[in-house]
Design a binder for this molecule. Structure first.
Ligand code: ADE
Ligand code: ZN
Length: 341
């Protein structure tokens, strides 16, 4: 067995991907045709990939792609395609963000939007055995009031596939404290909480997040490395970092793998996971993140499997399913090939 096929058989788990950011340029073009939308002339590069450079242009490119996902069928197709790719690469668990503020632009209600994603999750599970859940996400640059509205809606309309609450968007807008009311509503409704911090902004954003919000995980969090006391606190409090290697390189936080603090964070005792964030924007996938951790940071099969265990342990999935997933992982380790429903 060569090294690549060995890696592809490692059971993987993804905790950080934005469903709207998983649609490939081909799929977005197809959805635009179906929805009679004219795409901006500069949306794609000559070779057909998304056209952007730098973090803020990335957020705009992401919003432009998300604006093509409109109908129930669109949401189903995007989710199905993404989960199919994850299953093909060996994912056994996927937790992804979905942002009700994006379909709301087209007048699509919260329940309707979730229903179609849920159907795709059920079909993916029936096909591949993969388990998937959703984190409902607010968008930071849309402001704290919209965040509270998202939190109130999900608290009032629980969904069996929604297990968490999160926030993406422009980290440089507003302060973490402004979003405390939204997070308190979500946590009060029993949702697990995570927040993007320490990506576009520095270590203070991570410090604020872990001291002001009821979060057990941080999206990215990599810039915590600039403050050793903070790194120690993250390790001591067992906060899990949702690390997205290729995203961080492509948005320009780090120039190359050797500059990325993945290993230092891990060696300092922080619990780290591997994630694709927005796969086609960053030329990534859950399989590529694991392969890059092996190639650039020397992680072996056992260490990568341990990262999957950390991700499942830190996931917001209901306890009973978590136990089954961990048992499945232990079975795989022992060479068994059991499936979790
Ligand atoms: N939304 C989608 N991807 C994001 C990222 N990497 N950071 C912040 N917001 C996002
Ligand atoms: Zn993200």
């Amino acid at each position: 067995m060569n090294k690549q096929s060995d890696l592809s058989s490692i059971p993987k788990a993804e905790l950080h991907a934005h469903i709207e950011g998983t649609a490939t340029p081909d799929l977005v073009r197809r959805l635009a045709r179906r929805n009679h939308l004219e795409l901006p002339a500069d949306m794609f590069t000559a070779d057909g990939s998304y056209n952007w450079s730098g973090f803020h242009q990335f957020l705009q490119a992401y919003d432009r792609a998300a604006a093509c996902i409109i109908t129930k069928q669109d949401y189903y197709d995007v989710t199905r395609a993404y989960l199919r790719m994850c299953a093909e690469e060996g994912a056994i668990y996927v937790e992804f963000f979905t942002s009700p503020d994006h379909p709301a632009v087209h007048g699509i209600g919260f329940a309707e939007h979730l229903e179609n994603i849920s159907m795709a999750i059920d079909d993916a599970c029936a096909d591949s055995g993969l388990v998937a859940r959703m984190i409902v996400s607010c968008v930071r640059h849309l402001g704290p009031e919209k965040a509270v509205a998202v939190a109130k809606t999900i608290a009032a309309n629980p969904d069996r596939h929604v297990v968490g609450f999160g926030m993406g968007g422009d980290e440089l807008q507003y302060s973490i404290e402004d979003f405390r009311p939204a997070y308190e509503i979500a946590a009060g409704a029993g949702l697990g909480c995570t927040v993007h911090a320490g990506e576009a902004d520095g270590p203070n954003s991570v410090r604020d997040a872990i001291s002001l919000l009821p979060v057990t995980r941080i999206g990215h969090g990599v810039r915590a490395i600039e403050d050793q006391a903070l790194v120690q606190e993250i390790a001591d409090r067992k906060i899990v970092l949702e690390i997205c290697l290729n995203s961080n390189l492509r948005t320009g936080i780090y120039d190359q793998f050797s500059d990325h603090p993945f290993l230092q964070l891990r060696q300092a005792g922080c619990r780290v996971t591997l994630n694709s964030d927005d796969p086609p924007f960053f030329f990534s996938s859950i399989g590529k993140e694991y392969a890059d951790a092996a190639t650039h940071f020397g992680l072996d099969r056992a260490q990568l499997t341990e990262i999957t265990r950390t991700a499942i342990d830190a996931s917001f999935v209901e306890h009973e399913t978590k136990i089954k997933l961990l048992a499945r992982l232990n079975g795989e380790k022992a060479g068994a090939t059991t499936q979790t429903g």
